[in-house]
Design a protein around this ligand. Sequence first.
Ligand SMILES: [Zn+2]
Length: 414
Amino acid sequence: MRLLGSIVLLLVVGSALAYKTYSGYQVLKTAPLTPNVMPYINKMSRIYDFWGTPVVGRPATVMVSPEEASVVNSVLNRLRISHEVMIEDLAPIVEQDFAEQERLMRAIPRQPRVAVYNRYMTFDEIDAHIHETVDANPGVASLLDLGLSTEGRELHGIKLSNGAAGQPAVWFDCAIHAREWIAPPVCLRIIDEVLADPALRDLADWYVLPIANPDGYSFATTDDRFWRKTRRPNPGSTCVGTDPNRNFDFLWDSAGTYCSETFPGASAFSEPECAGIGNFIAANADSLILYVALHSYGPIILYPFGHTVDPVPNADDLLAAGTASATVIESVGGPTYPVENSAAGLYFTFGASDDYAYGIGAAGYAYTYELPGGGSGGFNPPASAIQRVVDETWPGLKTLVEYTIANPTTPLKK
Ligand SMILES: [Zn+2]
């Protein structure tokens, strides 16, 4: 009995120490950013972990470790950016997130071929769900196999099609940023809807990749709630991973250090996950009309490019389709999504996936959807909010597909 007690104690202690506690980490919230501070914010974002995209006219939130806090405070003071502590200590929030996830994992078992919308699913569960769905729907669903992640996980998605040749193609990927857990349920909902409605398959071939960063997502769900990057080790550094949404081979920029949350990688497409997605998009450039990457947190809908405020040639079409989608989301009770050029907020990015899909001339319509945040930490909606977010987002994505098919636009070069 005493032995059993020790084992139980060991297990409890073991699980308590299994993840990064974020003890003493704070989240600072700035006043709405002004254009003149944006060059400094861009530089800071290469060192510190901004949650969401810093944008002119809106407050920014930055997560700081106990070691970083005083430096970031003094930098913000020097820049005369007023700010406050939004979260005093992240530890209880992280603990609560993991405890809730553990409790819900026990309470809500996964059923075969049924996506779960009242808790977050693990990578293994989603992969099993994909395989079961493909097996159960021959002639409609087929496996989208984009190769292996750095740690050897399969980059698996689903193609849904009516089988006709020459159909236009639409693409959705989720959770290329590991900590953005609200995205995969939205991808799973797309699969559910397109499976259930042959009319949607008559519109287009649908490619859906529910977890675009399997290693990172797995790590975030077990070890580190705020893990964002891939899990490839960096030579000579204790800092692991590359920001996959800076690693695509379009205007890739080498700036950034290993420890940065936006480290772009040693070279474009150094990450097999990005190369797998990018090569597929390039190979299907002729049929692809729409590319959508689902992220959090916003809400905001962004369209190319991320490196310049100069409008792309078909910016009016991109804005119109995005606005049609945003209008529907709002009309079904969702939040207001502003629709903007990625760089409109004067925060500049290079090597993002939507810029790649658009920039190489594959998809004339390309977007990043930043889904809503929520929960006590602000970043991640609690499990109880998944169903609502999925319900309000799907009609907007459906509208986006219908609109882009009804209103062909001219890709950059094709
Ligand atoms: Zn993201």
